[in-house]
Design a protein around this ligand. Structure first.
Ligand code: SF4
Length: 395
């Protein structure tokens, strides 16, 4: 399962550590803000966004992510505590990250996530100005969260008050019985309640970032709800994103014929609601956005049939502090151990800078080039190396 991840990670880490030790004291916080410099990888992609997993646990078992009967969880003692998550987030922010998305598993299963959001907002706000790679006058990174919505009703207001900027709720069907079949949990009503609470808390309010809904479309499972889900999103004033079924680690039941492609989605929508017009300005965002003749905007994340690796500026951190440079990566870099060992900030920053600098990952593009496509990692291997699971690296 070797992928193009550049020189072997082991030698990158070795070089990084040597450089890090040499670099201690390299980064001074007194340097005046300058024109924005960015940390680029081997494909000149800047480090701009971080998916920060706060737990690998989930209260759903979605067929496209966790179809297996049982899972190997990260030991609780290995999970980064809030102070460590904030320290690592600040490290990334100091190297140019300006978007941080909290993910899981299901992030709201971690106790007191609003307190973590408040800590991140305060810490990153305070630090941003001193960061060598921060843009002049840069504010704190934007904080976003993706949830399955089940625990949202009780936490939406607190998340908003804590400083959460954006919210995305995963919802793959409007039918409770289909939800139960797809997720092996009977919690559709809670998800709808969570969405209502999020709107009441101000997420997606006029002039604010729209509330986002993510729908993974699978042929013969929920592809007949593409237009009804668009109608539902329109009524809510939310922005729906269709996500192609991905063959990432954990999707052990993935089949190519179950993928509903970007092209098919556009035809299905166009047939009923008029031809969608592509919107410019995608940048590095995973979703390509379209506007319908009605003015409604929606997105498509076409990682399987039309990947966008060359614009990918995302790093992923697992809840136990492992850095992954790609959703398809087979190896990660442990940032928690040096952090717990008390490594100086500059040493950690140099390690991260070197690892990112050596990044050449294009996992989805390489998968697309493969003639015989099957699930990426067999279930037996996932049990041996749980970090290969998508739900461990925040999807
Ligand atoms: S497959 Fe990897 S490189 Fe490509 S967009 Fe996804 S995370 Fe980025």
């Amino acid at each position: 399962m070797t992928r193009t991840e550049g020189p072997s990670l082991a030698c990158v880490i070795g070089r990084a550590r040597r450089l890090a030790c040499a670099a201690v004291g390299g980064y001074s916080h007194t340097s005046p803000p300058r024109r924005r410099r960015m940390l680029l990888d081997q494909l000149a992609r800047p480090l701009r966004s971080l998916r920060l997993s706060v737990t690998d646990r989930c209260n759903l078992r979605c067929a496209y992510c966790m179809p297996e009967p049982d899972y190997v969880w990260l030991p609780r003692a290995e999970l980064c505590d809030f102070a460590e998550l904030a320290e690592l987030a600040a490290l990334f922010a100091g190297l140019g990250v300006d978007r941080i998305r909290l993910t899981g598993g299901e992030p709201l299963l971690r106790r007191d996530v609003p307190a973590l959001v408040a800590l991140l907002a305060a810490r990153l706000g305070a630090e941003r100005h001193a960061a060598p790679l921060a843009g002049p006058g840069a504010g704190r990174p934007e904080l976003a969260l993706t949830t399955n919505g089940i625990l949202l009703a009780d936490q939406a207001r607190a998340l908003r008050a804590a400083g959460l900027d954006r919210l995305t709720v995963s919802l793959d069907t409007l039918r409770p019985e289909r939800f139960a079949a797809l997720t092996r949990r009977d919690a559709h009503r809670e998800v709808l309640g969570g969405i209502e609470a999020a709107r009441a808390a101000g997420f997606g309010a006029r002039g604010d970032e729209p509330l986002k809904l993510d729908m993974v479309v699978m042929r013969g499972v929920n592809d007949d709800e593409v237009v009804p889900m668009l109608d539902f999103a329109r009524e809510l004033g939310a922005e729906l994103r269709f996500i192609e079924y991905m063959d990432v680690g954990g999707a052990t039941r993935w089949r190519a014929d179950a993928v509903v492609s970007r092209a098919e989605l556009l035809v299905a929508v166009g047939r009923r609601l008029g031809v969608p017009e592509p919107l410019a300005g995608r940048g590095s965002a995973p979703a390509e956005r379209f506007r319908l003749p009605t003015g409604q905007v929606f997105g498509i994340v076409a990682s399987t049939t039309s990947p966008f690796c060359l614009a990918c500026d995302r790093a992923r951190l697992t809840a136990d502090g492992m850095l992954f440079l790609c959703l398809y990566a087979s190896q990660g870099v442990d940032l928690k151990t040096p952090l717990r060992r008390g490594a100086p900030r500059a040493e950690l920053a140099a390690l991260l800078a070197t690892v990112w600098g050596a990044r050449a990952a294009r996992g989805a593009e390489e998968r697309l080039a493969e003639s015989e496509r099957a699930p990426l990692v067999p279930a037996s291997q996932l049990r041996k190396n749980p970090h290969l699971e998508m739900h461990k690296r925040g999807g």
